[in-house]
Design a protein around this ligand. Structure first.
Ligand SMILES: NC(=O)c1ccc[n+]([C@@H]2O[C@H](COP(=O)([O-])OP(=O)(O)OC[C@H]3O[C@@H](n4cnc5c(N)ncnc54)[C@H](O)[C@@H]3O)[C@@H](O)[C@H]2O)c1
Length: 246
């Protein structure tokens, strides 16, 4: 499905990003794993399992580092056909107690990171008149919950960026779509829930009566990355086992 395509995934050393990278590789893509330098060991381990994968230390808030990585990948691989903006952070806090640094850090990684990464890959996608951009938002971006107001605001921003980019770049054959995961059993997901009781509760409110697994995000990501979704753009797809129905 993705033979001959190069897919760059941010935040790819673990969790949903690692699953998407491995999944896109299974579907034939050559994958480029990007994550913080501190995660290098984990990125290398994911790459070793995949086989033919490139690894870069990359902080998605660092514009010049992004440009250097995009240039290097393009020189080595010829193109970046698929960009998956997956890197994200969540540090829960009630809004009344939220420090400015926490607000700024969430917007820097979760929202500005999407802008910087996307703008860095668009010129070569426009030149080839083809490209796939996939933003990992969240059902939190549909409706905030207590202690996640700042995070939810960043994810609502990601959904808006998805819709606007889709309209601005569609003329060059580039699609931009978002995936809104529900509660996925990753480090972030489990930290967020905090207890087995909360995990049981959230599993219980899904139509499918379970939490998500990182691999549950792979199929939708492969769909948006492939030609199968060629006439789909500007969409935000809930992948939540049935929590939200709009
Ligand atoms: N787990 C869930 O329940 C859930 C639900 C909805 C959305 N999401 C979203 O899915 C994405 C992946 O989440 P996850 O659950 O796998 O989380 P995770 O914490 O397991 O992984 C996030 C990855 O992003 C990386 N990262 C953080 N800051 C970065 C930066 N500045 N530059 C580059 N990489 C950075 C981390 O090192 C980590 O590898 C995030 O955008 C998250 O908001 C997760």
């Amino acid at each position: 499905m993705l033979q001959g395509k190069v897919a760059l995934v941010t935040g790819a050393s673990r969790g949903i990003g690692a699953a998407i990278a491995a999944g896109l590789a299974t579907h034939g893509a050559r994958v480029v794993l990007c994550d913080l330098a501190a995660q290098r060991r984990h990125s290398e381990a994911v790459a070793a399992k995949i086989g033919d994968a490139l690894v870069y230390d990359l902080d998605v808030t660092d514009k010049s580092a992004i440009e250097a990585v995009v240039n290097d990948v393009t020189a080595k691989c010829g193109s970046i056909d698929v960009l998956v903006n997956n890197a994200g952070i969540l540090k829960p806090s009630r809004l009344e107690d939220l420090g400015e640094e926490t607000w700024d850090a969430h917007f820097a990684v979760n929202a500005k990171g999407v802008l910087l990464m996307t703008n860095a890959v668009l010129p070569q996608m426009r030149a080839r008149k083809n490209g796939r951009i996939i933003n990992i938002a969240s059902i939190a971006g549909r409706q905030g919950v207590p202690t996640q107001g700042h995070y939810a605001a960043t994810k609502a921003t990601v959904i808006t960026l998805t819709r606007v980019y889709a309209q601005e770049v569609g003329e060059d054959g580039i699609t931009v779509n978002a995936i809104c995961p529900g509660i996925i059993a990753t480090e972030m997901g489990r930290n967020n829930l905090g207890s087995e009781e909360a995990e049981r509760y959230w599993a219980g409110v899904t139509a499918l009566r379970r939490l998500g697994d990182p691999d549950d995000i792979v199929g939708p990501a492969a769909f948006f990355a492939s030609e199968l979704s060629g006439f789909v753009t500007g969409q935000a797809l809930n992948v939540d086992g049935g929590i939200y129905f709009h």
